[in-house]
Design a protein around this ligand. Structure first.
Ligand code: THU
Length: 146
């Protein structure tokens, strides 16, 4: 699985997004150490706070399936015109979808911050790669409880 392929899966996962309130649709594709890939999308809620981000949808689906080791996550998302089902009408990406702090913390639970790669689609053609440590320096993780 190349980085480019993972980004393509993240973009495809945006199709599942349910974002009638923000109009900001996100897709994520999570690569596990065993080679499996789990995707996720953001799922919003009329009460707002129950909303789940794309990254956490992907992580929680993978963990529920028994996965515990992860190599990389690709994320794609940007504001869009939303259709009557809460999905996006247009394909074009206009900005990088930076993962929120809560999602970075969920990554910290399962991933090596020095090695785990966060691949951000920056527009329709390009992507940038960061380590989890770059996006969550001095993060709090399971090791701090020992
Ligand atoms: N969102 C994500 O899916 N991932 C992030 O890391 C940032 C935010 C979603 C949540 C909400 O549905 C919409 O984007 C706007 O905040």
């Amino acid at each position: 699985m190349t980085e480019k392929q993972l980004v393509a899966l993240a973009k495809d996962a945006m199709r599942g997004a349910y974002a009638p309130y923000s109009g900001y649709t996100v897709g994520a594709a999570l690569l596990c150490a065993d080679g499996a890939v789990y995707t996720g999308c953001n799922i919003e809620n009329a009460a707002y706070t129950p909303t789940n981000c794309a990254e956490r949808t992907a992580f929680f689906t993978a963990v529920a399936a028994g996965e515990r080791q992860f190599l990389a996550i690709a994320i794609a998302g940007s504001p869009a015109e939303i259709d009557e089902n809460g999905g996006r009408k247009i394909e074009k990406l206009t900005q990088a979808a930076w993962p929120c702090g809560v999602c970075r913390q969920v990554m910290m639970e399962f991933c090596d911050p020095d090695k785990f790669e966060i691949i951000l689609a920056t527009d329709t053609e390009h992507y940038d790669i960061y380590t989890l440590k770059e996006l969550l320096p001095l993060g709090f993780g399971p090791g701090n409880l020992k």
